[in-house]
Design a protein around this ligand. Sequence first.
Ligand code: 4AD
Ligand code: MG
Length: 482
Amino acid sequence: MFNKRVKIKELLASDETGQQVTVMGWVRTFRNNQFIALNDGSTNNNLQVVVELGFLDDATLKRLTTGASIKATGTVVASVGKGQKVEVKATTLEILGDCDAEKYPLQPKKHSLEFLREKAHLRFRTNTFGSVFRLRHALAFAVHQFFNQKGFVYLHTPIITSSDAEGAGEMFRVTTLPMDNPPKTEAGEIDYSEDFFGKSTNLTVSGQLEGELGAMAFSEIYTFGPTFRAENSNTTRHLAEFWMIEPEMAFHDIEDNMDLAEEFIQYLIRYAMEHNLEDLEFLDQRLAEEEKQKPVNERAEFGLIEKLKMVVDNKFERITYTEAIKILLDSPAYKKKKFKYEVGWGIDMQSEHERYLVEKHFKRPVIVTGYPAAIKAFYMRLNDNCEEGLQTVAAMDILAPGIGEIVGGSQREERLDKLEKRMGEMHIPLEEMSWYLDTRRFGSVPHAGFGLGFERMVQFVTGMGNIRDVIAFARTPKNCEF
Ligand code: 4AD
Ligand code: MG
């Protein structure tokens, strides 16, 4: 019976009238004891369900409150009201679930994003989050479509690992040892040989290392899964649990890597514009209103859709790290001491630097290559012919306006001797990583890959300022609700 339901999006898309339909959803508003604005999450556009005066008894009318769920059957008729072509004239109406208007947190008015973050279990029912999460879905689908069309194999890399892919040590430990009284070794350290896996384990920070193993057989793979970082960063760009897409390609160098990443990002945006324009238009409008609240000099130069069009229509800027530092040193911002953090060759660029490059200087996405080896992960390929003290690696970061780093990637060090030497210098235990080094022992090939932070991509496409608003239930320091 329930599957006879028509989705509101479908119904509103056609102008056919006269047919009987059944619709279900949640009441957004109920006006004049006659007009129900009904939403089922398929679109932000509500269906108007009309109940004739006298059709429902008073007790039922009272139960038609914002948030209540209903099932209505009726005739599709042309709408006389503005805003929609058709509406449904109810012939039966059943309340599926009551909603106490006094207690329901979502009133039919504008709520702040901060308020809705605390009501994250209900916020999908708002227009903003309806649009954001339909777009998130569309982008996830597009990720698979993009790689599938290119013949990449979707590899499911493990969530629990015993290695630290990024070597940054920001990991969540996974253990079943009793915290109050863990077994100890003779040296007095916690004895992980008694732990569930017989060794120390953690939640993965990246699927890359396992991804590389896949690329050494399938040529091209991608991962798309949750990754975890225990970094204590309370910013609008960091989550402790985020989703990452990591393609890894044999027979690719850093140039091929950049080309693919650029094509990928443009594909995702184009997909969203083709399939979810209505939601983008809603968010564009929302952002424009938000911008109006800001002082003129802080407002974004472009609207959301305008910005997205520019990104798909123009090539990304490509510069080296050394050039980036030069631009920063020559910038008025630097000369007027506007940067909080220092600038100079060797620094790990801070988000203020990255944002200066993309938002002020280039005004478009920028790919930076050739970072100092000292600030990058062990697996990145050493560039040849570097000057003494200026050793760089074949790394590339993509910086996006309003976001900063959206992609991090590199060509990998495929030369066993160089890789072992670098790992030794960085105190990475070679024996434990023997499985990884096997790829360099047995048929090593030049290869490359990158990681796209999915939430940062969703932020970029939706224009949402805070990363907590593009993931269903955000995990951030001191916050793990729901
Ligand atoms: O630059 P990262 O750390 O690179 C890696 O993990 C590599 N293993 C990727 C690869 O080459 N396969 O992370 C990649 C991207 C960043 O550019 C950023 O978009 C996102 O992941 N990211 C985060 N997103 C949200 N919250 C965090 N805490 C993030 N840390 C990284
Ligand atoms: Mg990075």
